[in-house]
Design a protein. Sequence first.
Length: 210
Amino acid sequence: MIIALDGPAASGKGTLARRLAAHYGLPHLDTGLLYRATARALMAAGERLDDERRAVEAARGLALMDFDEDSLRGREMGEAASVVGAIPAVREALLEMQRSFASRPEGAVLDGRDIGTVICPQAQVKIFVTASPETRANRRALELARRGEKVDYAAVLEDIRKRDERDSQRSSAPLLAAADAVTLDTTALDIEGAVKAALAIVAERAASKV
Ligand code: CDP
């Protein structure tokens, strides 16, 4: 079974993806890390984030050691990932890696922006996870504070709005719910509530597609 989770920044898709993967014993790929790692490689080499040729080279050169989550999770890297993610050739360079992860016989859980629309249009289960910008900014501010980053709620909210706009307006694989995705609004849900709702969606989808 392939479970595709898409949604805007800090909507809760990453947490849900980890929980669903553990529940069903499936491997999980947080595809945002690929874009974050590409951005970090460019920054480390002193290149511009919008240099298409260098960005594609960086995406192609990603190795497993590039995915040290802790250093990729910061605020700056999320913003930079959104810039490289808007380059169609970078998305193309990262496509095969994602599809091959999803093609394991047991299936997989992938979370990102275009899993249900571009990477795995055949996924049995597609969930589009959303929450209000204010709720997402609150969650992200808490998460960054826990990481020890200095946070300013207003700046985090501004980041979220800017990122929503960039991710939704880009021409290549914009943030968009697939026509056959179920939308899960987590604004009023805590983690356990969201996990319960997601499990119900998976159960319903799995039953209807056998
Ligand atoms: O949780 P958050 O959305 O902040 O982080 P993320 O999922 O790691 O995504 C960071 C950025 O990478 C997003 O704003 C997108 O621009 C980009 N991204 C993408 O374009 N496609 C994906 N499948 C995943 C992330």
